[in-house]
Design a protein around this ligand. Structure first.
Ligand SMILES: [Cu+2]
Length: 158
């Protein structure tokens, strides 16, 4: 009798342990930070603010200061003058130019469009993450997707 209760208790404990382990694994899979490399100049405070925004949104950001190399980095990543902003970032094989909200980067990485090179917020939109006070919503600009064939389309309108 006692032995049977012990066996049952042990079985219940194993089931509980298994489900706890499963929950823990699921949670850690979801929280693995996505690596982002950001190329910027040393004199760009708004780039640093965007990096902070991305870090807070769960990305693991590596910063590369390239004071004399930004034109070449943009050119080799398909960022034309018309598409250009301050910093240029690489994440999951995509190019992220300028003050693109983290939510758009997350959507891009989820959708994984094969024809898209990257996203850009051309220029320096005043109401974008990194350009305005923290926590305010993006407003008054478009995030543009630029494609392998050279075409562009509006990805998100703010
Ligand atoms: Cu900027």
């Amino acid at each position: 009798m006692t032995k049977s209760i012990m066996v049952k208790t042990f079985a219940v404990m194993m089931v509980l342990l298994a489900s706890v382990t499963q929950i823990a694994c699921t949670a850690s899979e979801q929280s693995i930070p996505t690596a982002v490399t950001v190329y910027k100049t040393s004199t760009c405070p708004c780039c640093d603010s965007w990096i902070k925004h991305m870090s807070e949104e769960g990305f693991q950001v590596t910063t590369e200061v390239r004071d004399n190399d930004m034109d070449r980095i943009k050119a080799t990543n398909g960022v034309t003058d018309k598409l250009a902003s301050c910093h240029t970032a690489k994440v999951g094989g995509y190019v992220i130019e300028g003050h693109v909200p983290a939510s758009d980067v997350k959507r891009l990485l989820k959708e994984k469009p094969a024809d898209v090179v990257g996203l850009t917020a051309p220029g320096m939109p005043m109401k974008s993450p990194g350009m305005q006070a923290e926590g305010l919503p993006p407003k008054g600009y478009d995030v543009i997707a630029f494609k392998k064939d050279g075409s562009t389309k509006v990805y998100t309108r703010y």
